[in-house]
Design a protein. Structure first.
Length: 400
């Protein structure tokens, strides 16, 4: 079954049939893909959430229904001389009388398929939760699928810095055009993201600040602020806490960087020959993670060729130097921010998740705070705690 056919089936599962509403402006189209009633939103924050994670978090009940739109828009890939491409994303609009609404731009975490993305929320629990938590209480929620996900025909742009920032920026502009067509004015802009999406939020925030676009506040959970530090830790200093699927992440890094940064032959240089085909098939979405996990080794170090892994220590290759360049926190930030971390996080070490706090303080930037999600907060638990706390914080800023 084709990706478009899968998307069509998922759209049909929403409460209302998709309806193409045409262009909002040049290069931007939108279609209504359904709606969530207040009852469904509360079920998301109840039964569906309990199936997603055992971490205990109680969310207030939703106050309004939400209409869901898939947006397709033009963007470019800066790493490839601004090559133009099409991308997709989600716009969730609360059914409220008020016409000027705050906006949450939510950047999604790592997913192992093209379809588990914001514009296909029935396959994305994290997206449904953010819709319920924020759009169910009067915020417009937007989210880019990223280049290579959703309806994009490109390869996965996993952790590719400028392409990610550009896709998020152009999704913001596209959402403004659609909101105008829906007679909605966007108010204060807030940013949020989890895991890969936390990194995406950081590089997006840097782009917005560089353009002088105001962000009221930003909150990220399990943030991979330093990609070089993260991957080098996975290679050289594994722990018993590490997630079983960590080996999938360098597969995505390596194949993505080979394609987007012109590092020809990188995957064959980096990945042991006996694992190369499975790694390539996984990246290209020819096999899913369940099948790939049976074909790939248990640890990141065992996946990689010894010479390649050894180069990590001194960043002695173009790949590891590119990871260093793709850090997401080394500037004097103008946006108040919170960084959520958990003791039991099996993916993101607290030291990496909270790197920007002291850095920003040393530079005299905007207020930055590390927020502890608790001893029991694993990767998903850290996200759930952050989704609760940041909404309370953002609301307090709206009242000022």
């Amino acid at each position: 079954m084709s990706i478009l056919a899968v998307v069509a089936l998922v759209v049909m599962s929403l409460p209302a049939m998709a309806a193409d509403l045409g262009p909002a402006c040049a290069g931007v189209r939108y279609e209504r893909i359904g709606s969530y009633t207040v009852e469904r939103l509360n079920r998301i924050m109840g039964k569906e959430l309990s199936e997603f994670s055992a971490f205990k978090t109680a969310y207030p009940a939703a106050k309004n229904a939400v209409d869901l739109y898939r947006v397709t828009y033009d963007t470019v890939i800066p790493e490839q001389n601004n090559r133009p491409v099409r991308a997709s994303g989600l716009l969730a609009v609360p059914r409220v009388a008020k016409r000027t609404l705050p906006v949450l731009s939510y950047q999604h975490g790592t997913v192992f398929s093209r379809t588990a993305v914001p514009s296909n929320p029935e396959e994305s629990m994290e997206t449904r939760l953010m819709i319920a938590r924020f759009a169910g209480d009067g915020y417009v929620v937007i989210g880019a699928d990223y280049i290579g996900k959703g309806l994009s025909a490109e390869p996965d742009s996993y952790m590719v810095k400028e392409a990610t920032a550009q896709a998020c920026l152009d999704m913001l502009f596209a959402s403004r055009a659609v909101c105008r067509a829906l007679n909605i004015e966007q108010g204060d802009l807030f940013l949020s993201g989890w895991s890969q999406g936390a990194w995406s939020t950081m590089v997006f925030r840097h782009r917005l600040e560089s353009l002088g676009i105001s962000v009221k506040a930003a909150a990220t959970a399990s943030t991979p602020n330093d990609l070089y530090m993260l991957l080098t830790r996975w290679i050289n200093n594994p722990t018993a806490l590490d997630a079983s699927y960590l080996v999938a992440l360098p597969v995505l890094f390596i194949n993505s960087y080979e394609r987007y940064y012109g590092m020809s032959g990188l995957s064959r240089t980096a990945i042991k020959p006996q694992y190369w085909q499975a790694a390539n098939d996984f990246y290209e979405n020819r096999i899913g993670w369940d099948e790939a996990a049976k074909l790939l080794p248990a640890t990141v170090a065992d996946l990689l060729q010894p010479e390649f892994a050894a180069a990590s220590s001194m960043a002695a290759s173009p790949f590891f130097r590119q990871l260093q360049d793709n850090q997401a926190y080394r500037w004097r930030s103008a946006t108040p921010s919170r960084y959520y971390f958990g003791k039991a996080d099996e993916v993101m070490p607290p030291a990496i998740a909270t790197l920007p706090v002291e850095y920003t303080r040393a530079l005299g930037g905007a207020a930055a705070e590390a927020v502890y999600a608790g001893d029991e907060a694993d990767h998903r638990g850290t996200f759930l705690y952050g989704a609760y706390d940041q909404k309370v914080w953002f609301d307090s800023l709206l009242r000022r």
